[in-house]
Write a protein that binds this ligand. Sequence first.
Ligand code: DGY
Length: 326
Amino acid sequence: MGKPKALVTRPLFPAARAILDECFDAEYWTSAERIPRAELLRRVADKEALVCLLTEKVDEELLAAAPKLRIVATMSVGYDNIDVPACTRRKIVATHTPGVLDETTADFAWTLLMAIARRLVEGDAWVRAGTWPGWDLDQLLGGDVWGKTLGIIGFGRIGRGVARRAQGFRMRVLYHDAVRAPRDVESEFHAEFAERDRLLAESDFVSLHVPLLPETRHLIGKEALEKMKRTAYLINTSRGPVVDEAALARALEEKKIAGAALDVYEREPEVHPALLARKDVILAPHIASATVETRTNMAVMAARNAAALFQGRRPPNALNADALGL
Ligand code: DGY
């Protein structure tokens, strides 16, 4: 009997390919362009496994086009690209890659936080333009980071990683989450639970670490932005639609907050045009987990998830394992 067939929507990395090639007759999408939707639907038709990225939408249409599919393994911790209930209805396992990117993403939230507070990107552009006249007293004055209040919305693994790093900066840490963390976790991270409005009102930096769910869509909109300090900065490394970009652009224009640093957008790769022109915004291209080590680990994890099912094991990071009785 031949190996099961898998479609892999990127060439991934050698370590992940080795796992996939051992287990599957794997077909890789190798073009530099992202796989077009029609091509994805056509190629997945005879596959039993799909290893994909967050850019591939796994919805009813795709599942209907893939009658042999038994597992969808996304190489991301966020899985808003997958209709998990639809997978469950069709007895298809859905997996993601939790844990391996937490520290790297927390590092990047801090990269953005420091860069927006200290106006690093503006400074870099000035020096490169050749118009910087040399040191002066009041050039590019930013805001202090050390000793300030950091508000973390979403206190899961990544949010906690961001909190841990704040200790080195002697910051006060507030957090908000749908579920309050146990007291020992709060004391381990020196973090104080706060209702969302208090967090917004007291924080000098608000960093977002929630998954995209119906209840987190536009969590930060006009009303939330108006509660923030005029001197505060917003950092988003979670999912774009958690922030209402139009409301953010208006709040910045009206100087309701001091600045924002974003890694994710409502309609990637598009960015709200009013944000593109602003100097008080840093725009990163969704790279919070983009280190060689972490992306390799994520690819290996996705490959192991897909392979496990066909090796008779429960995929370690299955989202619907209980619903499927695995
Ligand atoms: C994820 O994994 O969800 C990130 O957005 C990309 O690493």
